[in-house]
Design a protein around this ligand. Structure first.
Ligand SMILES: Cc1cc2nc3c(=O)[nH]c(=O)nc-3n(C[C@H](O)[C@H](O)[C@H](O)COP(=O)(O)O)c2cc1C
Length: 185
């Protein structure tokens, strides 16, 4: 027996994406987004409501960053998801983050968030709320690298549980992709 939950945005795991943007005066903003993911080799798609300050910013600046929220930044990551830059001009300061302009796109990186995608706006459709960005670059702070690769022993991305409204860290490595399935070939 299965229980039906109906038509709902439920998925596991869901990301905790922090979208960084500048307004027309160069003031940085950030928001939390769970409804997003990779949609092409070098493309990310995220469902972002039209009324967010982030959306207005990106339509003007033509760019955004997507940082991956981690355990260390959990409180600030949730804060930027419940307070709007439309009402709080000091949002980034209150989050405790340090905005630094990306060298590649007109959008802020946040020093405290060690991994980010730097994106150029491809399209935004206000009916579907779908924001599509070209991934120009992915960057990661050296503090989370081992032998030049992102090391999840040094970086703890969090995931959003849409049923219980919790944040969780990722678990242990339990298998090898593109490999373990070969056992059944
Ligand atoms: C866990 C979580 C997930 C969220 N996911 C989304 C999302 O996928 N799309 C969206 O438009 N808003 C989402 N929000 C809401 C925005 O982050 C929130 O409205 C934010 O204040 C917008 O900020 P801004 O107006 O400064 O851009 C989410 C909030 C939380 C806490």
């Amino acid at each position: 027996m299965r229980k039906n939950f109906g038509s709902k945005p439920m998925l596991y795991p869901m990301p905790v994406l922090i979208i960084g943007s500048y307004d027309k005066n160069g003031t940085p903003d950030a928001m939390n987004a769970a409804w997003g993911g990779i949609s092409e080799e070098n493309e990310i798609s995220i469902c972002v409501s039209e009324d967010h300050k982030t959306t207005k910013n990106i339509l003007v600046s033509g760019a955004f960053t997507v940082s991956i929220a981690d355990k260390e930044n959990l409180v600030a990551a949730d804060y930027v998801g419940i307070v709007s830059g439309n009402n709080e001009p000091e949002k980034i300061k209150k989050a405790g983050w340090t905005a630094v302009k990306s060298e590649l796109v007109n959008a802020p990186l946040f020093e405290e968030l060690p991994m980010a995608l730097e994106c150029r706006l491809k399209s935004y459709d206000e009916d579907s709320c779908r924001l599509v960005g070209e991934i120009v670059n992915v960057c990661a702070d050296e503090r989370i690298l081992t032998d030049g690769k992102i090391d999840l022993a040094k970086f703890s991305p969090i995931t959003y549980d849409p049923v219980n409204h919790n944040y969780l860290t990722l678990g242990n490595t339990v298998g090898k992709a593109f490999s373990d399935g070969k056992k059944l070939k």
